[in-house]
Design a protein around this ligand. Structure first.
Ligand code: FES
Length: 234
């Protein structure tokens, strides 16, 4: 137990696992894309970055609260950093939001609106990946993936299925089954928990199940090419 000063306000903490939880306990809104209290801390998105009284910045999800800590959550510098992080994520993202199945529920889209990101001042770095609609229950669209790793930690650490993981490096990095195989060749049980934590349209529920089964029944059908557009329009 101890006290922290957050944006000039004294806040008591007891067993909160990180500074982010204490900030939220104080009813201060702080954006996150990769933090879920039920998953292990990954510290990937850096949106939860705060600064101390000396101007040192750190990810609040990855830092334990300490008695006497002084933290600022919304300084102009932090707002600038957060906006820049979103712009960089969007620069490597399929921004065809109007046809995205997650439009209106996408956390990245919502944060971009909230932080006034209307244009992306960086070169488009998106690498095109095939959409995987091989599973009867889940559609995987790596072009919408922001590499937060939420789905990986859910699938591997919580569900213990290990159907997906990070693959490749640099701008080609994405989340996929091992050796970029299709989801229906893995141990995926279709539990959909990866979809629950995915903040974007990278993982969605297959609302078009019957045609998928139809396509799977035909060995000559290219499932990825034929099913994905129909799902994206829906
Ligand atoms: Fe802390 Fe993503 S929420 S780094």
């Amino acid at each position: 137990m101890g006290f922290m000063t957050i944006d000039g306000k004294q806040v008591e903490f007891t067993d909160e696992p990180n500074v982010l939880s204490v900030i939220r306990k104080a009813d201060i809104d702080i954006p996150t894309l990769c933090y879920h209290s039920e998953l292990s801390v990954y510290g990937a998105c850096r949106l939860c970055t705060v600064e101390n009284e000396k101007g040192k910045t750190f990810a609040s999800c990855s830092e334990k609260p300490k008695d006497g800590m002084v933290v600022y959550t919304n300084t102009p510098r932090l707002m600038k950093y957060r906006k820049m992080i979103l712009e960089l994520l969007l620069a490597a993202h399929d921004r065809d939001c109007t046809t995205c199945i997650k439009s209106g529920e996408c956390h990245l889209q919502e944060l971009a609106h909230r932080m006034g990101v209307t244009t992306v001042p960086y070169k488009n770095r998106m690498t095109h990946h095939e959409i995987d609609a091989s599973s009867p229950s889940i559609i995987r669209n790596p072009n919408k993936c922001i590499l937060c790793g939420d789905c990986v930690r859910m699938c591997d650490n919580v569900q213990a299925v290990n159907a997906i993981d990070f693959t490749s490096r640099g701008t080609s990095a994405t989340v996929a089954p091992a050796f970029n195989k299709l989801l229906n060749t893995t141990d995926c049980v279709g539990c959909g928990q990866c979809r629950v934590v995915c903040p974007t349209g990278a993982i969605s529920i297959n609302t078009n199940m019957d045609p998928v089964w139809e396509a799977l029944a035909d060995p000559d059908t290219k499932v990825i090419a034929q099913i994905a557009p129909a799902v994206r329009v829906a």
